[in-house]
Write a protein that binds this ligand. Sequence first.
Ligand code: SF4
Length: 210
Amino acid sequence: MDANMRAMNGIKLEKAAAALSANGFGARVFGTGEEAAAYAAALPGVSAGMGGSMTARDLGLAEKLRAAGKEIVTHAPGMTPEERRAVWLRAQASDLYFASPQAVTMDGKLIFLDAYGNRGAAVIYGPKKIVLTAGVNKLSADEAAGLRRARDIAAVANNIRLKKDNPCVKTGRCVDCASPSRICNAVTLLWKRPLASDIEVLLVNEDLGY
Ligand code: SF4
Protein backbone atom coordinates (compact mmCIF):
# COMPACT_ATOMS: atom_id res chain seq x y z
CA MET A 1 0.00 0.00 0.00
CA ASP A 2 1.55 3.36 -0.96
CA ALA A 3 1.76 6.36 1.38
CA ASN A 4 -1.23 8.15 -0.19
CA MET A 5 -3.50 5.13 0.18
CA ARG A 6 -2.31 4.66 3.75
CA ALA A 7 -3.12 8.30 4.52
CA MET A 8 -6.60 8.01 2.99
CA ASN A 9 -7.28 4.77 4.88
CA GLY A 10 -6.05 6.41 8.07
CA ILE A 11 -8.68 9.14 7.69
CA LYS A 12 -11.42 6.54 7.16
CA LEU A 13 -10.27 4.53 10.17
CA GLU A 14 -10.34 7.62 12.41
CA LYS A 15 -13.88 8.39 11.20
CA ALA A 16 -14.98 4.82 11.94
CA ALA A 17 -13.31 5.00 15.38
CA ALA A 18 -15.22 8.20 16.17
CA ALA A 19 -18.49 6.55 15.13
CA LEU A 20 -17.71 3.48 17.25
CA SER A 21 -16.97 5.73 20.24
CA ALA A 22 -20.27 7.54 19.72
CA ASN A 23 -21.97 4.13 19.93
CA GLY A 24 -20.31 3.38 23.28
CA PHE A 25 -17.44 1.16 22.13
CA GLY A 26 -13.81 1.80 22.97
CA ALA A 27 -11.90 2.37 19.72
CA ARG A 28 -8.23 2.85 18.82
CA VAL A 29 -6.48 3.14 15.47
CA PHE A 30 -3.07 1.51 14.92
CA GLY A 31 -0.76 2.07 11.97
CA THR A 32 0.40 -1.55 11.93
CA GLY A 33 -0.78 -4.97 13.05
CA GLU A 34 2.42 -5.32 15.06
CA GLU A 35 1.45 -2.33 17.21
CA ALA A 36 -2.13 -3.59 17.66
CA ALA A 37 -0.97 -7.08 18.67
CA ALA A 38 1.53 -5.65 21.18
CA TYR A 39 -1.24 -3.53 22.72
CA ALA A 40 -3.57 -6.55 22.90
CA ALA A 41 -0.93 -8.80 24.47
CA ALA A 42 -0.24 -6.24 27.21
CA LEU A 43 -3.89 -6.01 28.33
CA PRO A 44 -4.43 -7.26 31.89
CA GLY A 45 -5.91 -10.74 32.26
CA VAL A 46 -4.85 -14.35 32.53
CA SER A 47 -7.30 -16.24 30.32
CA ALA A 48 -7.93 -15.27 26.70
CA GLY A 49 -10.84 -16.79 24.82
CA MET A 50 -10.67 -16.79 21.04
CA GLY A 51 -12.87 -17.83 18.17
CA GLY A 52 -11.46 -18.83 14.79
CA SER A 53 -10.14 -15.61 13.23
CA MET A 54 -8.00 -15.05 10.17
CA THR A 55 -7.27 -11.55 11.44
CA ALA A 56 -5.85 -13.08 14.64
CA ARG A 57 -3.79 -15.44 12.49
CA ASP A 58 -2.42 -12.53 10.44
CA LEU A 59 -1.55 -10.68 13.67
CA GLY A 60 0.13 -13.76 15.20
CA LEU A 61 -2.12 -12.96 18.14
CA ALA A 62 -2.27 -16.37 19.86
CA GLU A 63 1.53 -16.62 19.89
CA LYS A 64 1.89 -13.10 21.28
CA LEU A 65 -0.75 -13.70 23.96
CA ARG A 66 0.98 -16.96 25.00
CA ALA A 67 4.33 -15.17 25.12
CA ALA A 68 2.70 -12.63 27.45
CA GLY A 69 1.74 -15.48 29.80
CA LYS A 70 -1.94 -15.74 28.90
CA GLU A 71 -3.83 -19.03 28.60
CA ILE A 72 -5.59 -19.34 25.23
CA VAL A 73 -9.08 -20.80 25.58
CA THR A 74 -10.28 -22.03 22.20
CA HIS A 75 -11.32 -25.16 20.32
CA ALA A 76 -8.83 -27.40 18.55
CA PRO A 77 -9.07 -30.01 15.78
CA GLY A 78 -10.20 -33.41 17.01
CA MET A 79 -12.32 -32.15 19.91
CA THR A 80 -15.64 -33.91 20.44
CA PRO A 81 -18.83 -31.78 20.37
CA GLU A 82 -18.94 -32.01 24.19
CA GLU A 83 -15.33 -30.80 24.47
CA ARG A 84 -16.07 -27.91 22.10
CA ARG A 85 -19.12 -26.91 24.10
CA ALA A 86 -17.10 -26.95 27.33
CA VAL A 87 -14.27 -24.83 25.89
CA TRP A 88 -16.66 -22.35 24.24
CA LEU A 89 -18.50 -21.83 27.53
CA ARG A 90 -15.17 -21.36 29.32
CA ALA A 91 -14.06 -18.86 26.66
CA GLN A 92 -17.24 -16.91 27.28
CA ALA A 93 -16.25 -16.53 30.95
CA SER A 94 -12.62 -15.57 30.25
CA ASP A 95 -10.80 -12.39 31.31
CA LEU A 96 -10.32 -11.36 27.68
CA TYR A 97 -12.07 -12.49 24.51
CA PHE A 98 -10.52 -11.80 21.10
CA ALA A 99 -12.51 -11.87 17.88
CA SER A 100 -12.79 -10.04 14.57
CA PRO A 101 -15.98 -8.78 12.94
CA GLN A 102 -16.59 -9.41 9.25
CA ALA A 103 -17.57 -5.77 8.90
CA VAL A 104 -17.16 -2.44 10.71
CA THR A 105 -19.55 0.15 9.35
CA MET A 106 -18.68 3.81 8.93
CA ASP A 107 -21.54 4.65 11.32
CA GLY A 108 -19.96 2.51 14.03
CA LYS A 109 -21.76 -0.83 13.89
CA LEU A 110 -20.14 -4.27 14.12
CA ILE A 111 -21.26 -7.30 12.11
CA PHE A 112 -20.40 -10.97 12.74
CA LEU A 113 -21.60 -13.96 10.71
CA ASP A 114 -21.15 -17.39 12.27
CA ALA A 115 -21.79 -21.05 11.66
CA TYR A 116 -22.21 -21.96 15.33
CA GLY A 117 -22.76 -18.65 17.14
CA ASN A 118 -20.32 -19.23 20.00
CA ARG A 119 -18.41 -16.12 18.91
CA GLY A 120 -21.60 -14.12 18.48
CA ALA A 121 -22.65 -15.03 22.02
CA ALA A 122 -19.24 -14.12 23.47
CA VAL A 123 -19.04 -10.70 21.82
CA ILE A 124 -22.40 -9.70 23.30
CA TYR A 125 -21.94 -10.73 26.93
CA GLY A 126 -19.72 -12.78 29.19
CA PRO A 127 -16.00 -12.06 29.01
CA LYS A 128 -14.63 -9.37 31.35
CA LYS A 129 -13.27 -7.53 28.30
CA ILE A 130 -14.03 -8.12 24.62
CA VAL A 131 -11.32 -7.04 22.17
CA LEU A 132 -12.22 -6.85 18.49
CA THR A 133 -9.49 -6.47 15.88
CA ALA A 134 -10.21 -5.34 12.32
CA GLY A 135 -8.09 -4.33 9.35
CA VAL A 136 -9.04 -1.47 7.04
CA ASN A 137 -10.44 -4.04 4.59
CA LYS A 138 -13.37 -4.60 7.00
CA LEU A 139 -14.69 -1.03 6.69
CA SER A 140 -18.11 -0.91 5.03
CA ALA A 141 -20.27 2.10 4.22
CA ASP A 142 -23.33 1.01 6.21
CA GLU A 143 -25.23 -1.96 7.62
CA ALA A 144 -26.42 -3.23 4.22
CA ALA A 145 -22.91 -3.03 2.74
CA GLY A 146 -21.49 -4.74 5.83
CA LEU A 147 -23.93 -7.64 5.57
CA ARG A 148 -23.09 -7.97 1.87
CA ARG A 149 -19.38 -7.97 2.72
CA ALA A 150 -19.92 -10.68 5.36
CA ARG A 151 -21.67 -12.95 2.85
CA ASP A 152 -20.06 -12.16 -0.51
CA ILE A 153 -16.45 -11.75 0.64
CA ALA A 154 -15.76 -13.17 4.11
CA ALA A 155 -18.06 -16.19 3.93
CA VAL A 156 -16.99 -17.15 0.42
CA ALA A 157 -13.29 -16.92 1.34
CA ASN A 158 -13.93 -18.99 4.47
CA ASN A 159 -15.81 -21.62 2.48
CA ILE A 160 -12.82 -21.90 0.16
CA ARG A 161 -10.38 -22.02 3.12
CA LEU A 162 -12.42 -24.72 4.87
CA LYS A 163 -12.86 -26.68 1.60
CA LYS A 164 -16.63 -26.68 2.00
CA ASP A 165 -18.72 -28.16 -0.77
CA ASN A 166 -21.10 -25.18 -0.81
CA PRO A 167 -22.29 -23.43 -4.01
CA CYS A 168 -20.41 -20.18 -3.30
CA VAL A 169 -17.04 -21.86 -3.84
CA LYS A 170 -18.07 -22.17 -7.51
CA THR A 171 -20.10 -18.98 -7.99
CA GLY A 172 -17.70 -16.74 -6.03
CA ARG A 173 -20.66 -15.08 -4.29
CA CYS A 174 -23.29 -16.03 -1.75
CA VAL A 175 -26.42 -17.63 -3.18
CA ASP A 176 -28.14 -18.04 0.22
CA CYS A 177 -27.85 -21.80 -0.05
CA ALA A 178 -29.75 -24.51 1.81
CA SER A 179 -26.68 -26.72 2.00
CA PRO A 180 -26.32 -28.89 5.13
CA SER A 181 -22.73 -27.64 5.40
CA ARG A 182 -23.74 -23.95 5.18
CA ILE A 183 -21.52 -21.81 7.44
CA CYS A 184 -23.74 -18.71 7.49
CA ASN A 185 -26.34 -19.30 10.18
CA ALA A 186 -26.21 -16.58 12.82
CA VAL A 187 -25.74 -12.84 12.32
CA THR A 188 -24.68 -10.76 15.31
CA LEU A 189 -25.16 -7.05 14.74
CA LEU A 190 -23.96 -4.70 17.47
CA TRP A 191 -25.66 -1.34 16.92
CA LYS A 192 -24.30 -0.01 20.20
CA ARG A 193 -22.34 -1.44 23.13
CA PRO A 194 -24.46 -3.84 25.19
CA LEU A 195 -24.83 -2.18 28.57
CA ALA A 196 -22.91 -4.61 30.79
CA SER A 197 -20.08 -5.32 28.33
CA ASP A 198 -16.62 -3.75 28.00
CA ILE A 199 -15.84 -3.79 24.26
CA GLU A 200 -12.78 -2.25 22.63
CA VAL A 201 -12.20 -2.22 18.88
CA LEU A 202 -8.63 -2.13 17.56
CA LEU A 203 -8.65 -0.78 13.99
CA VAL A 204 -5.51 -1.39 11.95
CA ASN A 205 -4.30 0.39 8.82
CA GLU A 206 -3.49 -2.89 7.06
CA ASP A 207 -5.54 -5.55 5.28
CA LEU A 208 -6.10 -8.37 7.78
CA GLY A 209 -8.12 -11.57 7.47
CA TYR A 210 -11.27 -11.73 5.36
S1 SF4 B 1 -25.10 -19.00 2.72
FE1 SF4 B 1 -24.28 -20.75 1.58
S2 SF4 B 1 -23.77 -19.89 -0.45
FE2 SF4 B 1 -23.93 -18.17 0.97
S3 SF4 B 1 -21.82 -17.82 1.65
FE3 SF4 B 1 -22.86 -19.10 3.18
S4 SF4 B 1 -22.32 -21.21 2.62
FE4 SF4 B 1 -21.89 -19.90 0.83
